[in-house]
Write a protein that binds this ligand. Structure first.
Ligand code: PLP
Length: 379
C-alpha cells in the first residue's frame, strides 16, 4: 500500500493525518484493504454508514436511480426530493425541509435562516462544539485552533459553557438570533446534554425569542438509539441540521424547520445546485427504509447498551454516550487507535483521552465481542 501513500502525498493537499491503510471494499461492518486484510469498522466513515457498507437494497435502489436520472438542478421538480421531505417530516417531526450536500452546509443554511427569520445577528454556541469547517459553521465551532487562521469569521458569536444554563443565561439577549448545539457533542468526545440544560434553553428561548438550532448531523438517523437525539429530550427545535447518516455514506445534508420559520423564507434566499438531487435523495430514502425494516434504531439502543457494558467491564472508568454513539475515556487514545488498526479494528480518537465508537447500526454482539477482545489487549 506504500506506493499509494507516496502517490497521494504528491497530488493531494495534506490536510489529513490519515491512518496508513487503503480501503478498497466494504460489506456490512467490515472493510477490506488493498492487500485483502479485513477490519471491523467501528468508525463507519465518521458516524455516516448507518446501514453498513454496500447494503444490497441500498445498492439496488441507487443503481436503479442511476439508470433513470441523476441530476437536473432545483430549477425543476424531482420526485425523490419530495418523497424524502415527506418521509423526513414523518420521522423528524419537523415541517419543511431544504437539502444540501454536507453537514457544514446544513449548519450554514441553518445560520442564514436564523438571521433572516429573526432579523438579528448574534449566535450563541458552546464549549466543545463542532459544527463544520465552512466560514459560518466554523464561527460557531469551539476549537480556537480550527478558527484562528481564518478570522475574521461571522460575528457576533459567544460561547457558553456546555451543560451550564447559568452561563448561557448571561450570554443570550434580545440581539440573539439563535442558540446552536449538538445534543450529544461528537467531536469533543461524546458528551450528552443534560435534560435540565435543554429545558432551560427552551425557557430562555421563550423569554428572549431567539431560535434553537439542533445540530443533529452526527446524532441523527438512529445513532443514539432514537431516530433523532431530540427524541430523548421530548423537544422540537426551530431548526434542525442533518447529514452524515442521512445517505449512509452518500453525500447529502438537510435542514428541517418549523412551519412558522418556513413561512418567513422566500424564493432566492438560499440555494444549492446539487442539493437534493434525485440520486442523493434515493440514497437517503433507501437508508431510511433499511433502518425501518431492519429495526436499526432499536438495534442501536440495544447494541449501544451492550457495548457500553462491555467497555465498563474492561475497567474503563468513564464510558459515555447514547445508543451506538459511545465515548470512552482512555489515555493515549490515538496510539490505541493505531494499534487497533494493526489488529484489524477501526476505532477513532477524536481527542487524546477519548475513543469514539460509532459503528454501523447493523452491528451485532459477535462483532462487539471481537472489538472488545482486541481492545482488552491494548488498554
Ligand atoms: N456538525 C456536526 C455535529 C458534526 O459532527 C460534523 C462533522 O463531523 C459537522 C457538523 C460537519 O459535517 P461535514 O463534515 O459533513 O461538513
Amino acid at each position: 500500500m506504500k506506493e499509494w501513500f507516496e502517490r497521494e502525498k504528491s497530488v493531494y493537499i495534506q490536510f489529513y493525518r490519515r491512518q496508513p491503510v487503503v480501503f478498497v471494499r466494504g460489506e456490512g461492518c467490515w472493510l477490506y484493504d488493498a492487500e485483502g486484510k479485513k477490519y471491523l469498522d467501528m468508525v463507519a466513515g465518521i458516524a455516516a454508514v448507518a446501514i453498513g457498507h454496500c447494503h444490497p437494497r441500498y445498492v439496488r435502489r441507487i443503481s436503479e436511480q442511476l439508470e433513470k436520472l441523476v441530476h437536473v438542478s432545483n430549477l425543476y421538480y424531482t420526485i425523490p426530493q419530495i418523497e424524502l421531505a415527506e418521509k423526513l417530516k414523518e420521522i423528524t417531526g419537523m415541517d419543511r425541509f431544504f437539502f444540501c450536500n454536507s453537514g457544514a452546509e446544513a449548519v450554514e443554511a441553518s445560520l442564514k435562516i436564523a438571521r433572516k427569520v429573526t432579523g438579528r445577528k448574534k449566535f450563541v454556541a458552546f464549549s466543545g462544539s463542532f459544527h463544520g469547517r465552512t466560514m459560518g459553521a466554523l464561527s460557531v465551532t469551539w476549537k480556537e485552533k480550527f478558527r484562528k487562521p481564518f478570522e475574521p469569521l461571522i460575528q457576533p458569536v459567544e460561547f457558553a459553557e456546555f451543560n451550564n444554563a447559568g452561563d448561557l443565561e448571561k450570554r443570550v439577549d434580545e440581539e440573539t438570533a439563535a442558540v446552536i448545539l449538538e445534543l450529544v457533542q461528537g467531536e469533543a468526545g461524546i458528551y450528552p446534554a443534560s435534560k435540565d440544560f435543554i429545558r432551560e434553553i427552551f425557557r430562555l428561548r421563550d423569554e428572549y425569542r431567539f431560535l434553537v438550532i439542533f445540530d443533529e448531523v452526527q446524532t441523527g438517523f438512529g445513532r443514539t438509539g432514537r431516530w433523532f437525539a431530540k427524541d430523548h429530550y421530548g423537544v422540537k427545535p426551530d431548526i434542525m441540521a442533518m447529514a452524515k447518516a442521512m445517505g449512509s455514506g452518500f453525500p447529502i445534508g438537510g435542514v428541517g424547520v418549523t412551519e412558522s420559520v418556513a413561512e418567513r423564507l422566500e424564493a432566492g434566499e438560499h440555494a444549492s445546485t446539487f442539493g437534493g438531487n434525485p440520486l442523493a435523495c434515493v440514497a437517503s430514502l433507501a437508508t431510511i427504509e433499511v433502518i425501518e425494516e431492519e429495526k436499526l434504531v432499536e438495534n442501536s439502543e440495544r447494541m449501544g447498551k451492550y457495548l457500553r457494558e462491555k467497555l465498563e467491564k474492561l475497567g474503563i472508568e468513564e464510558v459515555r454516550g447514547m445508543g451506538l454513539m459511545v465515548g470512552a475515556r482512555v489515555e493515549n487514545a490515538p496510539s490505541v487507535a493505531s494499534k487497533g488498526l494493526e489488529k484489524g479494528l477501526l476505532v477513532n480518537a477524536p481527542a487524546d483521552n477519548a475513543l469514539r465508537f460509532v459503528p454501523p447500526l447493523v452491528i451485532g454482539k459477535e462483532e462487539i465481542d471481537f472489538a472488545v477482545e482486541i481492545l482488552s489487549s491494548l488498554i
